[in-house]
Every structure is written in C-alpha cells, then in structure tokens.
Design a protein around this ligand. Structure first.
Ligand SMILES: [Zn+2]
Length: 88
C-alpha cells in the first residue's frame, strides 16, 4: 500500500492541458517539475491510500474534471517559472 496525493495527478494533467494557452519559455523536465512544486506548495494535498502499482490517473482520466484552484495555481506557477527559469 502507498500514500498518493491526487492533487499531484491533477497538477501534471493541468500543466499538459494549459501549456498551449499560457506562454511558457521552457517546458523541460526541470521547469515542469519546478512548476509542479510551486503549484503543489500552494494547494492542499488530497491523499488516498492505493494498492501498489495501481495507477489512479488512468481510472480518473475517464471522467476528468479540472479543479479551478489547481488551474489557477498552475497558471501562476507557470508565470513564475517562465520569468525566471532555474537554469541557463
Ligand atoms: Zn527548462
């Protein structure tokens, strides 16, 4: 059994969904994780207990509804990282 934060899935889904709408200079793995970290620090976690290997995102994607708080936090994080990427 594992603890899993559902908001992590939502944040990564949100990044993929709005990356074409929000101007981001760079979306490399580093910047993507920086965006996710900033957004997740501004959101309340939603922990569930999962079976080992159970991929919640797959089951969830069938009826996926974006949380507006998640979208707002990701949009804000994209602006912060876009202005100041933490690499050359
Ligand atoms: Zn980058």
């Amino acid at each position: 059994m594992k603890l899993h934060n559902l908001i992590e899935d939502e944040v990564f889904n949100a990044i993929d969904s709005i990356k074409n709408e929000v101007q981001v200079k760079c979306l490399c793995e580093k910047c993507k994780l920086d965006i996710a970290a900033i957004a997740l620090n501004n959101l309340s976690p939603k922990y569930i207990v999962t079976e080992e290997g159970y991929v919640y995102a797959k089951a969830n994607s069938m009826n996926y509804q974006f949380n507006t708080d998640v979208i707002a936090a990701v949009t804000e994080a994209m602006k912060i990282v876009g202005k100041n990427p933490k690499h050359d």
